[in-house]
Design a protein around this ligand. Structure first.
Ligand SMILES: [Zn+2]
Length: 312
């Protein structure tokens, strides 16, 4: 199996590498480990391996259409189930609906994969309904039960699943992976996050990227800035730049990193004037360094506009 998306976890990789391609995989797994330890990464890798139509032995290939759909979260035969609201666990009614759905044959692939969030928090009725499905569900259906702690599951459920335990990565593994993921970010901040995360990479990512709403805001701002640079629209750049003044200071280096990603993506797709896009990348990199030296957001906005259009 191709488990390159998962950091560290040597014993787990060894356990799974014994499996030959998709067909050799079990139909039920318990993926246990603390939040942020890579359970979703592993679940998507397993689901992609089951759906992959790539020619090679090393699945998932990551390139075929089914792989890209699974990894992008849009494959119609891969479903994610979570409780009906914040802090609520999956109910027995949801499991009954899941059961009805499981008996409808797959849309595109040869299998159907169900990923269950917080499986260890389900009550006994829900777990027993799940048990029946594990015992006599259709052969093409696969179940990935995510748990903080596998011991929260009934023994009868556990006995029908293969257990996969995610462990914290080493400090060196955390640092290496984070530095590769955030090349534009202040290296000291990245090293600090690696040191503070106790081997749980999701914690370091949350620390470095902020929560979902700030992440969305950052993506939107970076997209608007990149668009203005691509189109050489000085006014739009100035107006979007003004919005930077309202951002908290620690958010700016992340925004600049996102802007570099946006601009290099546009270059790769051959959009806009290459020279101007390159200048944008250069400016965003300079700014992320300047910001580390305490340039304030207002100055950053002004500088971005000036640099971009200084010599036409
Ligand atoms: Zn594939």
């Amino acid at each position: 199996m191709n488990l390159s998306a998962l950091v560290g976890n040597g014993p787990l990789k060894h356990q799974l590498s014994q499996r030959q391609e998709g067909r050799g995989l079990s139909h039920a797994y318990i993926l246990s480990g603390p939040a942020g330890s890579g359970r979703h990464t592993l679940a998507l890798t397993l689901a992609a391996a089951m759906m992959c139509t790539g020619a090679g032995e090393d699945r998932p290939c990551g390139h075929c259409v089914p792989c890209r759909k699974v990894l992008g979260g849009v494959h119609p035969d891969v479903s994610v189930l979570s409780g009906p609201g914040e802090g609520k666990s999956i109910t027995v009614d949801q499991i009954r609906s899941l059961r009805a759905d499981a008996y409808i044959r797959p849309n595109e692939g040869e299998r159907k994969v169900y990923l269950l969030e917080g499986a260890d928090e389900m009550n006994a009725a829900a777990q027993n309904a799940m048990l029946k499905l594990l015992e006599d569900g259709p052969a093409y259906a696969a179940f990935l039960l995510l748990a903080e702690n596998g011991t929260g599951l009934l023994e009868t459920v556990r006995s029908r699943c293969e257990g996969l335990t995610l462990n914290p990565v080493t400090p060196a593994q955390a640092e290496e992976w984070l530095l590769r993921r955030y090349p534009q970010m202040d290296q000291q901040a990245v090293r600090q996050a690696a040191a503070d995360c106790q081997g749980i990479l999701g914690r370091a990512v949350a620390e470095l990227e902020g929560d979902d709403s700030t992440r969305r805001q950052r993506m939107e701002l970076a997209g608007a800035l990149a668009q203005a640079v691509e189109q050489g629209d000085e006014l739009a750049l100035f107006q979007t730049g003004m919005a930077l003044e309202k951002l908290p200071k620690e958010e700016l280096p992340r925004l600049m990193e996102q802007l570099v990603t946006e601009l290099t993506g546009r270059m790769a797709r051959g959009r806009g004037d290459k020279r101007r896009l390159l200048k944008g990348v250069e400016t965003a990199r300079l700014l992320s360094q300047g910001l580390a030296l305490n340039l304030n957001p207002g100055q950053a906005a002004g500088w971005l506009c000036a640099q971009m259009f200084m010599d036409g």
